[in-house]
Design a protein around this ligand. Sequence first.
Ligand SMILES: [Zn+2]
Length: 203
Amino acid sequence: MIAEKWLSLNNHIINIHTKQGRVFEKCAHGRLPAAQNRKKKWLKADSVPALKLKKVVSQIAFVRDVKKMSPSQQTYGVEVYHSIVNQFAPKMYAYLYTGMYCRLILAALHYNENSGRKHAKTSTGQLQYTVKFPKAKKGGHVVRRVNTAATYEYVTELLTETLRLCENNVDEEAFDVPDPLSSRWEKPDKREAVVLFRSRFNH
Ligand SMILES: [Zn+2]
């Protein structure tokens, strides 16, 4: 389905929207404005631009990749989550296991509370947008929607829980810190390793 849907692009751009494939039979969009009311022209079948685009769209390796894409959830959310992790645990610092563990949990709490924020409106009810100039665009701009401000309810909840634990004299829960990953590695005999190193690189 997903491959046929992707390949239907080759037809869509030349104004063919039906009889697409075996399972994806016709374009998912609704009625399109009549040709005379369209600002954007369709490509002509078998024209050089249409053929060039078709060559890109239909590449076997590319179509194989398209099949592996998630049909509903793309990577944007995951990328946003990882950038939040970077805020709570910047990569330039090293943290102990417990520190890192807690920071990941905080990042998850913040993400869960704020990932579905609404489009912000001005006091007069207009949807808010901002214009940015990302370096990659080399002077070009992108328009981004402005979301409502982030909230930090989870902080209040954590403070309340901390107070509750203190008031009830609850000992902190035992926390299993695993051994560092490197502890599982086999350590070579140093003298043997050096002999091997010299025999390999001395000649
Ligand atoms: Zn179409």
